[in-house]
Design a binder for this molecule. Structure first.
Ligand SMILES: *[C@@H]1O[C@H](CO)[C@@H](O)[C@H](O)[C@H]1NC(C)=O
Ligand SMILES: *[C@@H]1O[C@H](CO)[C@@H](O)[C@H](O)[C@H]1NC(C)=O
Ligand SMILES: *[C@@H]1O[C@H](CO)[C@@H](O)[C@H](O)[C@H]1NC(C)=O
Ligand SMILES: *[C@@H]1O[C@H](CO)[C@@H](O)[C@H](O)[C@H]1NC(C)=O
Length: 680
């Protein structure tokens, strides 16, 4: 038999195998999809195949995932173990976002032991993992991420990178998106993943050399010979014998985009068949239609030129106008001094650049900025807010709250409104939030003296909110991450009254209980009413956090640690309450003060609101004006209120948890779920 015949026969065989893939043999050798019309993929989440054959993994719905898997398992190694076969794949993708400010979270090519990824979460988890299994070698997941959001918790390098992920979201290797130009002395060209432009990716694994290469290029460009990422990697411990290949994508609460795959080709043990780029489906057109066609027909060049100058001037004008557009209604005119111009905030934060991102928390994303004229440092919180309902009351409140001045409150300087968005402007706090100094093996911890000062400061700030002003202000969301540290490390309470925005029932997915799991008083979840006593409850959780360096609820495998119960058990076994203190404190602490804080934390966390002290009493205890013996006797008398009362209302909570809390959402619901299922 000559070689030509051999080649044709093997090609024929290949084609046969290709056609037979549907039979579930587990021997899929390769496939090529130039578009996905009538292609059988296993879809879940919000993934869809559009009319014209695009695979759309996500749209702009918040907090969603989309998975698309090739329906049959692919054999990656022999049944007797050994090394993983070579494979290669290529696909064309596009990520489009309505406003170019940001979109999330990106697309990952995945090799996983199951179709779909059970237990995975959206947002920063990419639809791949969750808080408890992230990074665990039992996942057996290999992924290449095209990531458009910088998630500091996973050590992302920027908001536009490609990374190789093994079992977790901290990439083994990553690089800013781009490619090396062939013959250009290694010149590197940047690509913007979220540009809306299609781009092509190649992933090649060499089973002999145990090397993985990932290459990115603009659409219709020849594959660059130097890969973007290249690393030695033995996949044999990661990949099992039979695996599924596909894509995962997710959206967050504030960052979302349409993530498309236009075409995909995969090949086991060989060179991947190229895609026929001209056959790929078109992306939906974004924005305005080009106006040039009319003008090009026979119009003199000069005329064309001046018209286009005029048009681009107009476009520029409209764009600028739109870029800085804000919503201003008559009723707001009284608030003049508290109203910021969007343009100023845009310039201050350099266009809300990621480099200025301070954090993403409960209610929105926070950016650092410098006001253009005064050079005053500010923090700008962007809250997406689509409903007009309640906004008027809320702004009135914000403005009146903005008149509050206390050295332990973060000053709210003013606000701005845009379509679907509210921006709040605060004093900038250079040392960030307190939780960073307490949890997850912090790089810098605070000494006891510093902590005690922060506690006393926050207590006096809260007392001011409750009693120091002509109207009672309930904070509603006291926790370590809402306490900010100024330049002298004074604790300052931030975000007050913000939860109220959602109380007005503005977000359809939110019912009335707003706050953070673990800080919510049982009667609050039951009745939905926030009171001074519910703030005291949260303050109790805060005291325990600061003294123990633990969160109110920590996942511990199947046994979740409920901080109050644990501190209480330390206390009840012969008064060994000091054992609950943060080990990071070492020997440098004042036993009497630590004991006071822990006991006060317990009493404030009492299930019955009547037993909790008022903030005035709390301050008296902390200042030593009230003897600690009172606390100890309260603990004795009311001890029944500490046992097993704290889980009351978690059911309600899970039901009503607002989906708008991007980051907190995943962890809290995870914890709540495991409490519910753990049945402790
Ligand atoms: C996104 O897709 C899902 C599923 O097809 C659909 O229910 C939802 O309305 C879409 N959302 C948007 C914003 O288009
Ligand atoms: C995380 O995902 C795993 C599956 O990989 C699942 O078994 C587990 O229950 C999930 N954990 C949580 C807390 O959702
Ligand atoms: C990894 O997951 C396995 C099974 O789910 C579990 O037994 C193990 O404790 C996890 N390891 C870590 C470090 O979390
Ligand atoms: C490419 O991006 C990097 C950072 O992402 C930037 O430092 C560099 O200036 C960019 N290069 C070009 C040519 O735009």
């Amino acid at each position: 038999m000559d070689f030509v015949a051999l080649a044709t026969i093997s090609e024929l065989l290949l084609a046969l195998v290709f056609l037979q893939v549907g039979a579930g043999s587990g021997e899929a050798i390769g496939f090529t999809f130039n578009g996905f019309r009538s292609v059988n993929l296993d879809l879940d989440g919000i993934a869809e195949i559009t009319q014209n054959g695009l695979l759309r993994l996500t749209n702009e719905t918040k907090q969603m995932m989309g998975h698309a898997f090739y329906p049959n398992p692919v054999r990656f190694k022999n049944s007797n173990g050994g090394s993983v076969f070579s494979f290669s794949t290529t696909f064309v993708f596009a990520i489009t976002s309505k406003d170019q400010v940001g979109g999330g979270h990106g697309i990952a090519f995945v090799v996983a032991p199951q179709r779909g990824l059970p237990g995975a979460l959206p947002s920063t988890y990419f639809g791949l993992f969750n808080g408890s299994n992230n990074g665990n070698a039992t996942n057996h997941v290999f992924a290449v991420e095209l990531d458009t959001v910088r998630s500091p918790e996973f050590q992302d390098i920027d908001d536009n990178h490609v990374g190789i992920d093994i079992n977790g979201l901290v990439s083994a290797i990553s690089a800013p998106a781009g490619y090396y130009v062939d013959g250009g002395d290694g010149k590197f060209e940047n690509l913007t993943l979220i540009s809306g432009q299609p781009m092509q990716v190649w992933v090649d694994y060499d089973g002999m050399e145990k090397r993985i290469d990932v290459t990115l290029a603009p659409f219709k460009a020849v594959k660059p010979s130097t890969p973007l990422l290249s690393m030695s990697l033995d996949l044999s411990t990661v990949v099992k014998e039979n695996m599924f290949v596909g894509f995962s994508s997710s959206t967050g609460s504030f960052l979302f985009s349409r993530n498309y795959i236009l075409g995909w080709s995969f090949q086991m043990n060989g060179q991947v068949q190229g895609l026929e780029l001209s056959k790929l489906p078109d992306l939906p057109r974004l924005g305005k239609k080009p106006t040039s066609k009319l003008l090009t027909i026979g119009v003199p060049v000069m005329c064309l030129f001046s018209v286009s100058v005029l048009i681009s001037g107009l476009v520029y004008y409209v764009r600028t106008k739109r870029k800085y557009a804000e919503v201003l209604e008559d009723w707001e005119l009284d608030y003049g001094p508290h109203r910021f111009k969007y343009k100023d905030l845009y310039i201050a934060t350099r266009g809300f650049r990621d480099q200025e991102l301070l954090g993403t928390g409960g209610f929105g994303t926070v950016y650092r900025g410098i006001l253009p004229t005064s050079k005053f440092e500010i923090a700008v919180k962007r809250i997406s807010h689509n409903s007009r309902q309640g906004i008027r009351e809320f702004v009135a409140e914000i403005v009146s709250i903005g008149r509050l001045r206390h050295r332990n409150l973060v000053t709210l300087l003013g606000y701005c409104r845009r379509k679907g968005e509210l921006l709040l402007v605060y004093d900038y706090m250079p040392n960030g939030s307190l939780d960073k100094y307490l949890f997850n093996q912090p790089k810098v911890t605070l000494s006891w003296t510093q902590r005690f000062r922060v506690i006393k400061g926050v207590a006096s700030g809260l007392l001011y909110l409750h009693e120091g002003w002509d109207q009672v202000v309930i904070h509603r969301d006291i926790k370590a991450s809402n306490v900010l540290l100024d330049a002298e490390l004074n604790g300052r309470l931030g975000d007050f009254g913000l939860a109220r925005l959602y109380d007005h029932g503005t977000d359809p997915q939110t019912t009335h209980v707003v706050g953070t799991l673990g800080y919510l008083a049982p009667e609050h979840t039951r009745t939905g009413r926030a009171t001074k006593a519910t703030d005291v409850f949260a303050f109790g959780a805060f005291l325990l956090e600061v003294a123990t360096g633990r969160r109110p609820i920590e996942a511990r495998g199947t046994e979740d640690l409920i901080l109050v119960d644990w501190v209480y058990s330390c206390w009840s076994k012969g008064g060994a309450i000091l054992e609950a203190r943060d080990p990071n404190l070492g020997d440098e602490f004042v036993a009497k003060e630590v004991e006071l804080v822990l006991k006060l934390g317990l009493v404030c966390s009492h299930a019955e609101p009547e037993v909790r002290p008022t903030m005035r009493q709390v301050v008296q205890y902390l200042e030593g004006d009230m003897p600690i013996q009172h606390l100890s006797s309260s603990l004795d008398i009311y001890s029944s209120g500490f046992r097993n009362k704290h889980r009351v209302g978690f059911d309600d909570f899970v039901m009503s948890y607002p989906s708008s809390m991007d980051k907190d959402f995943s962890t809290s619901s995870t914890v709540a779920d495991s409490i519910l299922s753990g049945g402790r």
